[in-house]
Design a protein around this ligand. Structure first.
Ligand SMILES: [Zn+2]
Length: 240
């Protein structure tokens, strides 16, 4: 199996896992930078992640133009992916989702902060991008490069950014890491809301976040977690 075929199969697996774990529903998407061409990325055509197959994976340039669409319709919000890859050479995988648990943190003054060790990977700063600040009233979707670049400016050098009233963007050095970060982002949001109901919350310290995040490196244990997630999703790798 060559690099491209292997990357496509892993990306399909990532789609199935994110669907199975409830990080995405009908909407949301994950991409990977092309393994042989850093000026391109791979992303499914417009399909719910739980249903994505290898034949759905399309190739895009970093302006998010399809290289060969073959009649397939791309996601409207693919510009999130292309603009992150343009701005962040360290990022090899990008995920966008609408997890309901994170929405309260994008529309209130309460910052989302890591509260348990597995969420140290989120990083100490999770900025909130408000599309309305620069673009006024919109349908809130990132449907061109101008919107994507503004989102990416807010993301800056962080791992995750929330999108006010919409969802989030998650980045990582591998597909596996990005999937795990997306899963723990959602869990952290739920636990933080639970903990806030109980009174004052003790968050991870900056030092604890640094020690548990190993920023921009695949975390020790990601391989074990990936094997577990593949098993849970019960995907027949030969039927992708
Ligand atoms: Zn969206």
């Amino acid at each position: 199996m060559d690099n491209l075929e292997s990357a496509i199969r892993k990306l399909v697996m990532a789609n199935r896992i994110l669907g199975h774990e409830g990080v995405v529903d009908a909407f949301g998407h994950i991409s990977v930078r092309h393994p042989d061409r850093p000026d391109r990325y791979l992303l499914s055509c417009s399909r719910s992640p739980e249903l994505v197959k290898t034949a759905d994976i399309m190739e895009f340039d970093l302006d998010s133009n399809p290289v060969d669409a073959k009649g397939r319709a791309p996601y409207l919000e693919r510009f999130i992916h292309g603009t992150v890859y343009q701005a962040r050479p360290d990022v090899m995988s990008v995920m966008h989702n609408h997890s309901y648990e994170i929405i309260p943190f994008g529309v209130s003054k309460m910052p989302l902060r890591p509260i348990f060790h597995s969420a140290g990977r989120l990083g100490g700063t999770i900025p909130v991008w408000d599309i309305r600040k620069k673009f006024g009233d919109t349908n809130l979707l990132v449907v061109n490069n101008e919107l994507g670049l503004d989102l990416v400016a807010c993301l800056a050098n962080n791992t995750v950014a929330l999108m006010r009233g919409h969802g989030c963007v998650v980045t990582g050095p591998t597909v596996e890491t990005t999937v795990l970060t997306s899963i723990y982002l959602r869990i952290n949001a739920r636990l933080q809301i639970d903990a806030m109901h109980m009174g004052e919350v003790t968050y991870l310290s900056p030092g604890e976040i640094e020690l548990s995040s190993q920023r921009n490196k695949p975390k020790v244990g990601d391989e074990r977690a990936w094997e577990y997630l593949c098993s849970r999703a019960k995907v027949d790798i030969n039927a992708l």
